[in-house]
Ligand binder design. Structure first.
Ligand SMILES: [Zn+2]
Ligand SMILES: [Zn+2]
Length: 180
């Protein structure tokens, strides 16, 4: 029972940003001094781009396919007006993966650190944008377009419109909602 309780601890935005922000602090502390600014910028942008694919894959196959993540996500689908809460265990595993996998692949210093920073920035941005898509305040054109896609995913067909930050991967994988 206690185990179930720990698994179900979830934080509402912006407290849910604690894990990725803690990850960014750890990365900042181990920032490689040898990389040039241009290389750092390119790696952060590459991480940000890679995040949009990870976000798509996680949403499509994990949040809509694997329990208990599926059950947690479907609770958000069932009550789109309730505050969005992110399970701490999900955030923690995600941050460990976003920092750990590049470190394993590319070594602890060097290019892994800015790459992971881009991935974590993508995670922070995704949570912030998702939060804005669910409130009713008017948003700019870019966010309005994303709100339309996300609304389609929530209320019309949950097998389309998985992307939050971009519809690029929905286009690539054939899951783009139809134009109104
Ligand atoms: Zn949503
Ligand atoms: Zn969904």
């Amino acid at each position: 029972m206690a185990e179930r309780g720990v698994l179900h601890v979830a934080l509402a935005y912006p407290a849910s940003l604690a894990a990725p922000l803690a990850g960014l602090v750890v990365l900042a502390a181990s920032w490689p001094a040898t990389l040039r600014a241009g290389a750092v910028l390119a790696l952060v942008l590459a991480g940000l781009g890679a995040w949009t694919l990870i976000e798509y894959l996680l949403h499509r196959w994990m949040l809509h396919g694997v329990d208990p993540f599926r059950a947690w996500h479907l609770a958000h689908h069932a009550d789109a007006c309730a505050p969005i809460r992110v399970p701490v265990v999900f955030s923690a595993l995600l941050v460990l993966g976003l920092v750990g996998v590049p470190a394993l692949l590319f070594g602890r210093g060097g290019i892994a650190v800015p790459l992971s920073a881009g991935l974590l920035l993508g995670n922070v941005l995704q949570e912030a944008v998702h939060y804005r898509l669910h409130d009713t305040r008017p948003v700019g054109r870019w966010l309005e377009d994303k709100r339309r896609l996300h609304g389609f995913h929530h209320f019309h067909d949950e097998r389309r419109g998985y992307g939050t930050l971009t519809d690029f991967w929905d286009r690539c994988f054939g899951t783009l909602p139809p134009r109104p």
